[in-house]
Design a protein around this ligand. Structure first.
Ligand code: 4NP
Length: 144
C-alpha cells in the first residue's frame, strides 16, 4: 500500500487489509513515495478512525518506498495517480510495472480514481478514506 507520506492513507490501507487476511498467508505492508515522515507513527487521525473500527495502527512506522519493494511484493497499490506515476517511474521492467495498480480500481475498475488525500482536511475526510479503503480491501481479498 503506497501513498505520498505513508502516514494517512497507506497505513490505513495496510491496517484494514491486514485485518481481513491470515498473516500466515499474506504479508501486508505500506510505504510512502516521499521521505518526510520516515520513522514516524501514522497520523493521529488515521490511528483514531482505525481504532474506532477495532484496528490498531500503532505498531506501524513510516518508511520510504524503494525499488526492492518490487522484489518483495506481488501486488502494489497506489492511493492516487501521483503515487502511481512515481512508483512506475522506479519500475525496472514490465514485470515490476504489472504489479502496480491504483487501489480504487478494485471497486471502480478502469476509472483510476484517487483516494483523496485527507492530510489537510478534518476528521470527516479520514472517515471517508476509511470507507473507500475498506471496500477496496474487500475486493483485494476476493481476488486473492
Ligand atoms: P498521505 O498524506 O500521503 O496519505 O500519508 C500526506 C501526509 C503528509 C503529507 C502529505 C500527504 N505532507 O506533505 O507532509
Amino acid at each position: 500500500m503506497v501513498c505520498l507520506g505513508n502516514i494517512c492513507r497507506s497505513p490505513l490501507a495496510e491496517g484494514i487489509l491486514r485485518s481481513k487476511v491470515n498473516s500466515n498467508d499474506v504479508f501486508v505492508d505500506s510505504a510512502g513515495t516521499a521521505s518526510y515522515h520516515v520513522g514516524e507513527l501514522p497520523d493521529e487521525r488515521s490511528i483514531q478512525i482505525a481504532r474506532i473500527n477495532n484496528i490498531d495502527l500503532t505498531n506501524q512506522r513510516c518508511r520510504h518506498f524503494t525499488i526492492y519493494d518490487f522484489d518483495k511484493f506481488d501486488q502494489i497499490y497506489a492511493m492516487d495517480s501521483s503515487n502511481y506515476n512515481d512508483i512506475l517511474s522506479l519500475a525496472r521492467n514490465d514485470q515490476d510495472k504489472q504489479k502496480v495498480n491504483m487501489i480504487m480500481n478494485m471497486t471502480n475498475p478502469g476509472e483510476s480514481l484517487d483516494v483523496p488525500d485527507p492530510y489537510y482536511g478534518g476528521e470527516k475526510g479520514f472517515e471517508h478514506v476509511f470507507n473507500l479503503l475498506d471496500k477496496a480491501c474487500d475486493e483485494i481479498v476476493r481476488n486473492l
